[in-house]
Design a protein around this ligand. Structure first.
Ligand SMILES: Cc1cc2nc3c(=O)[nH]c(=O)nc-3n(C[C@H](O)[C@H](O)[C@H](O)COP(=O)(O)OP(=O)(O)OC[C@H]3O[C@@H](n4cnc5c(N)ncnc54)[C@H](O)[C@@H]3O)c2cc1C
Length: 509
């Protein structure tokens, strides 16, 4: 007799009334079992629930309300690119074609992995190999390798890749590539696109594409780059080769408080434009400074805290620290030593607000965007003000966490409470709209590292302009049956500005 794991959870009285994308489920199950073996294919309710959510606030809120955000018909656990190739051939050949959604660890915060049209969920966890070349300083990494497992492996071998997102413990290499992720130490080691040197991808047609690793070349267009940021819509990434580094000889931190945001921005801009590269830089606005450092650093009262972490060989660290300090002092920064940096190290993986406030029906979310330097101060002021104009908004604060010689990433945190009888999604969308439209108007990017997912697909056309046409053609060419993660990046109902987005999403609730 088959063991029914749902019996273990009698309190989950979930009714599966969602129409199935696959009508002849048992035939497709049998075909998949022939490819993968029985143990690697499931249509059990408990698995459908587990793979029907990610870390998007709306997804969490629905789960809290006993609803399933979306769910796949079948979940599979392939082990080789050839397995995935056969799954995709089967999905394309089926009438109607079956949606296929790659799944890392479901830590995405914009609904990217939600199987909103049902279909086959492809969990990548068995792509778990890591091979290192100490001479080339590269690592070839399976797409399902967890971030923390990777970093631990590197450390054990005296190495580091340097990609440390806040979701390190709950995310995978494939997810990083798919979202064009950015880690906390990005100032020194770069973002994921700086680290990735080559890729293996199974295309929607079932063909396996492997780009060649080289230090650099001039051999025609870099086609493999289109999979960076493709969010599971153009193929399934199975393996990635990345550059790696030795563990740094020295790590040191410094911090400064400033009276104004413009002074913080100027001090950091001139530092980066002199090609000085602290591994970590963070500016906290006055409210976030109080929230994070108010209790431990007296000098932070009514000020903005800026922290720096430097890494590398000792002489370089000392020089970079000294030049950075000069620039901060020149812009009226007041030195606070390494205490605030130690505090940041202790608390940098703490994320609990959205789970604390969610059960009370409060909206509590974050929005990260990028902006050139000349609009940075203006962007912060206008986005926080516009969010606060939304009726029901309780707070809008921000910090800046990734920096470039050409601009900066702002990371806004906002909270709001729906009015009596108001839909949670309505106020949520109003806050998002205020931030994203405000950013686009100033020439910024609608997302810096969380990706577009389901939540931001409505801004794709506005974000990309003429480039979006080419993107759509590439999608059509690679995936004519639109089997890959449908509804993400390229929505069928996309009007370019997302008017019908809310209605679409209401169907989910
Ligand atoms: C608390 C928290 C903190 C975070 N901090 C950061 C941060 O500091 N920096 C940052 O960049 N992001 C951060 N994120 C969000 C970030 O997008 C994800 O953590 C991560 O990149 C997604 O990885 P995942 O393996 O969980 O992917 P999933 O959530 O499973 O999937 C995300 C998307 O990638 C696609 N995908 C997954 N694997 C593959 C594959 N092998 N091939 C093709 N497509 C694939 C999915 O279809 C989906 O569209 C944070 C999230 C949380 C919850």
């Amino acid at each position: 007799m088959k063991y029914n794991r749902m019996e273990k959870f009698p309190h989950l009285k979930i009714k599966f009334d969602h129409p199935q994308a696959i009508q002849d489920l048992s035939t497709v199950m049998a075909d998949l079992q022939k490819i993968l073996g029985k143990e690697a294919v499931s249509s059990d309710d408990i698995d459908k629930i587990a793979y029907g959510k990610d870390y998007w606030l709306i997804s969490n809120q629905m789960t809290l309300n006993g609803k399933i955000p979306a769910y796949p018909d079948i979940i599979v656990w392939p082990k080789t690119p050839e397995h995935i190739s056969q799954i995709l051939l089967l999905a394309n050949k089926h009438s109607p074609p079956i949606p296929v959604i790659p799944f890392g660890e479901g830590s995405g915060v914009v609904g990217g992995a939600l199987p909103i049209k049902g279909g086959i969920m492809v969990d990548m966890k068995y792509f778990d190999h890591i091979e290192v070349s100490n001479i080339n300083m590269t690592a070839t990494i399976g797409a399902g390798v967890n971030g923390k497992t990777l970093e631990r492996y590197m450390q054990q071998h005296g190495l580091r890749m340097g990609h440390i997102p806040q979701s390190l413990h709950t995310s995978t290499m494939g997810g990083y590539v798919a979202h064009r992720a950015a880690g906390q130490f990005s100032g020194k080691y770069g973002k994921i696109e700086d680290m990735v040197k080559s890729l293996e991808v199974v295309l929607p047609s079932g063909d396996i594409m492997k780009s060649k690793y080289y230090p650099r070349a001039s051999v025609g267009p870099m086609v493999d780059r289109i999979f960076l940021g493709s969010e599971g819509t153009l193929g399934i990434v199975t393996e990635v080769t990345c550059r790696i580094w030795p563990i740094p000889e020295k790590q040191a931190g410094s911090s400064f408080v400033f009276a104004t945001l413009q002074e913080c921005l100027d001090a950091i801009r001139i530092t980066l434009q002199a090609n000085i590269n602290p591994a970590v830089i963070r500016i906290y606005d006055k409210a976030e400074t109080q929230r994070h450092f108010g209790a431990t650093e007296k000098k932070s009262k009514d000020k903005l805290m800026v922290i720096f972490v430097f890494e590398g060989i000792t002489k370089l660290v000392e020089l970079e620290m000294a030049i950075t300090a000069e620039n901060c002092l020149k812009h009226h920064g007041i030195a606070c030593g390494s205490g605030p940096v130690d505090h940041w190290f202790k608390t940098r993986f703490n994320v609990k607000e959205s789970s604390d406030f969610g059960p009370y029906g409060l909206v509590f979310d974050t929005i990260e965007v990028a902006i050139p330097w000349d609009q940075a101060d203006h962007l912060y002021e206008s986005v926080t003000k516009e969010i606060m104009k939304v009726p029901g908004a309780l707070m809008a604060t921000g910090h800046a966490s990734h920096f470039y010689p050409t601009g900066v990433c702002f990371y806004f945190t906002f909270s709001a409470v729906p009015k009596q009888g108001q839909d949670y999604l309505e106020i949520y969308d109003q806050c998002w709209d205020a931030a994203v439209r405000g950013t686009l108007k100033l020439g910024g990017a609608a997302a810096h590292h969380h990706g577009m997912g389901l939540n931001r697909t409505r801004w794709m056309a506005l974000e990309h302009g003429t480039e979006f046409d080419l993107m759509r053609k590439i999608k059509q060419l690679l995936d004519p049956n639109n089997i890959m993660n449908p509804g993400k990046l390229f929505s069928e109902n996309d009007t370019g500005v997302g008017e019908n987005y809310l209605t679409q999403r209401k169907e989910l609730t």
